[in-house]
Write a protein that binds this ligand. Structure first.
Ligand code: AMP
Length: 218
């Protein structure tokens, strides 16, 4: 048998929205991922398996060729870089925005701004492109707490409805990037396993088109 193609999936919110796409593309996992502690699953396509990872690890697995294909948020590609990867398809799922946020209207009298984020590279690039000196503080969760506790003046975070910010007395301030979930492919695998990978890209592209058409007619 030829070696299976491996697709690295991002667990959590993105996984939930990826599973219907895989199902429609004939790539559904053969077991229920939610009720299993396994991390590798065969799919109904004999030549394709999936592995379940944190989003921040997906670019690494695909860049090193441990996985051929990845499903990952654009935020992870902007933060960790996309070298060695093709990005052939926007899956259009889990859309959101990367924004700066803080207490609107509060005068910032510091000469340097303190910014808390898990997206330290994106935050550094954003403030430096505006000529603002920023001390970036790495956090792993609950970014909204940092301005409330005077750990930071602003945060860089993902905003969907804005409800989390509002519930904590903050507002979105500046738009950094629109985010959605992307299909990425290892560049070397794209050459050596072109036909198998192209089959997966096309099956998912058809599914994304069908979902978009259903959305526009409903
Ligand atoms: P919201 O209150 O709707 O603005 O959602 C904000 C929080 O939900 C953020 O702090 C994120 O942690 C999370 N979130 C919302 N949408 C996404 C997404 N598409 N991908 C990852 N996290 C998200």
């Amino acid at each position: 048998m030829t070696q299976q193609l491996t697709i690295a999936l991002t667990k959590g919110r993105i996984l939930k929205q990826t599973l219907p796409l895989l199902q429609a593309a004939g790539l559904a996992p053969v077991e229920d991922i939610a009720s299993s502690r396994k991390l590798i699953f065969n799919t109904e396509h004999a030549n394709v398996r999936v592995v379940i990872l944190r989003g921040s690890d997906v670019p690494t697995y695909v860049r090193h060729g441990a996985a051929d294909i990845g499903v990952v948020g654009k935020d992870m590609l902007l933060e960790f870089g996309a070298e060695g990867l093709y990005e052939p398809l926007d899956l259009g799922i889990a859309p959101c925005r990367l924004m700066t946020a803080g207490f609107s209207g509060r005068e910032n009298t510091r000469t340097r701004i303190r910014v808390a984020s898990k997206f330290v590279n994106i935050a550094r690039r954003h403030y430096s492109s505006k000529g603002i000196q920023a001390d970036i503080i790495k956090l792993y969760g609950a970014m909204e707490l940092a301005p409330l506790m005077d750990l930071a003046d602003e945060i860089v975070d993902i905003v969907d409805t804005g409800n989390t910010l509002r519930a904590n007395g903050m507002s979105p301030l500046e738009h950094i990037a629109d985010i959605s979930t992307r299909l990425v492919v290892n560049k070397a695998a794209m050459r050596t396993r072109h036909d198998a990978i192209q089959e997966v890209i096309e099956a998912l592209a058809r599914t994304v088109d069908q979902a978009a058409n259903r959305g526009s007619t409903s």
